[in-house]
Ligand binder design. Structure first.
Ligand code: SAH
Length: 228
């Protein structure tokens, strides 16, 4: 199987590359794609850069140019659900674009015509994640992840997203990558480790915890790949 691993930032992908040790790099469309073999699989990795556009483009390239069969996303996110603490892991049951707004046409928030309102992740990969978490004695929350081209760092916006979309975490790439996977009918898995609270202190917390939380997500993903 050819497994694509995508993150948004270098910090989210580097721990995985370090673990693999040996890989090739190819530069394409202002992005680097790393290929290697691991646990009997062909692997292609990339970090897309931040936001919905760059991440959707990288995901497309992973399918079109590298022929990925499945796509696993790992990265960090802001917490919306009160039970989530910094360093905790959440997997998306589904994801939605919180900044998509076509209400003038009677569409609900987050809905874009001819796309899914909430993009579903792959149930088989989600079950595998739960199995891995149980083996590691790790608590794993499954919930809705909301994405948009905004870094959420204030209570008002945070509560709005949480209430409008019943979302448990917010970030900037999951739903766009999920949409690409849905269009290609490819299994999609979305994992986030919490880096901040999405409140007023989010920027400071993010800078402090990006690296450690990104590593937690990366290490979990490696364990998952070993079981696919
Ligand atoms: N520090 C970077 C910007 C980081 S943007 C710079 O200065 O260039 C935040 C990244 O982490 C995005 O990739 C997003 O997916 C995720 N993220 C973490 N916490 C977030 C939050 N509170 N709101 C939105 N995205 C968040």
């Amino acid at each position: 199987m050819k497994i694509a691993i995508l993150g948004a930032m270098r910090e989210e992908i580097e721990p995985i590359l370090e673990h693999f040790g040996k890989y090739s790099e190819e530069k394409y469309a202002r992005n680097s794609f790393y290929t290697t073999k691991y646990a009997g699989h062909d692997i292609v990795l990339a970090y897309s850069k931040i936001g919905k556009v760059a991440s959707a483009m990288s995901a497309t390239i992973l399918f079109e140019r590298y022929g990925a069969d499945i796509l696993l996303f790992t990265g960090v996110a802001g917490a919306l659900d009160e039970s989530l603490k910094i360093g905790d892991i959440i997997i998306a049951s589904k994801c939605v674009q919180h900044d998509a707004e076509l209400e003038a046409f009677g569409h609900p928030l987050g809905f874009i015509p001819e796309s899914d309102h909430y993009t579903l992740t792959d149930p088989v990969l989600n079950s595998l994640a739960k199995k891995v978490a149980a083996e590691l004695d790790l608590e794993l929350l499954e919930g809705i992840i909301a994405s948009g081209d905004q870094f959420i760092a204030g209570n008002e916006k945070k509560m709005w997203i949480k209430q409008q979309f019943a979302a448990a975490a917010c970030e900037m790439e999951g739903a766009s990558v999920g949409q690409v996977c849905a269009f290609y009918a490819k299994p999609f898995f979305l994992l986030r480790a919490i880096s901040d609270t999405a409140s007023g202190d989010a920027g400071v917390l993010f800078d402090e915890f990006l690296e450690s939380s990104a590593k937690i997500g990366a290490q979990f993903l490696i364990k998952m790949i070993e079981k696919i």
